[in-house]
Design a protein around this ligand. Structure first.
Ligand SMILES: N=c1c2ncn([C@@H]3O[C@H](COP(=O)(O)OP(=O)(O)OP(=O)(O)O)[C@@H](O)[C@H]3O)c2ncn1[C@@H]1O[C@H](COP(=O)(O)O)[C@@H](O)[C@H]1O
Length: 104
């Protein structure tokens, strides 16, 4: 099992755990707006690290962003498979091509 699949399973198992024992449960207990805000904060911190941080800081912030994105997706009932399916669907379609097809 790959890292993201294992993380998705762990997040699913911890969602309803004791918020005092589990950070995932703590976020779920606080609700969707907090999860969304945390993801937004981590995404901005990733941008800051990309512009002015070290390579190690960028890796750490990227990991925080992915973790918080996955917590938010789980709360919305969206699976990793669905996101991977969407990426697979786009495979081989140039971003330029896709954008042009939208303006037709
Ligand atoms: N991958 C992660 C992971 N990445 C980041 N974080 C936590 O995300 C938080 C982000 O840092 P912040 O400083 O922004 O948060 P904070 O200020 O401490 O918290 P807030 O009060 O603002 O919510 C930190 O507490 C990190 O420890 C993670 N917490 C958990 N996981 C995974 O989730 C699993 C389940 O965790 P628990 O639910 O805690 O058992 C773990 O085994 C890990 O695999």
């Amino acid at each position: 099992m790959d890292t993201l699949t294992r993380l998705e399973k762990t997040i699913d198992q911890r969602r309803k755990a004791d918020p005092g024992q589990s950070y995932v449960a703590h976020l779920n207990h606080r609700g969707l707006p907090v999860m969304v805000r945390k993801f937004g904060e981590e995404a901005v911190e990733t941008c800051v690290a990309a512009l002015s941080g070290s390579r190690e800081e960028l890796i750490a912030e990227a990991a925080d962003s992915i973790f918080h994105l996955m917590v938010m997706l789980a709360a919305k009932g969206v699976s990793l498979d669905e996101v991977m399916y969407e990426l697979d669907r786009r495979e081989g379609v140039s971003g330029h091509e896709e954008k042009a097809s939208r303006s037709e």
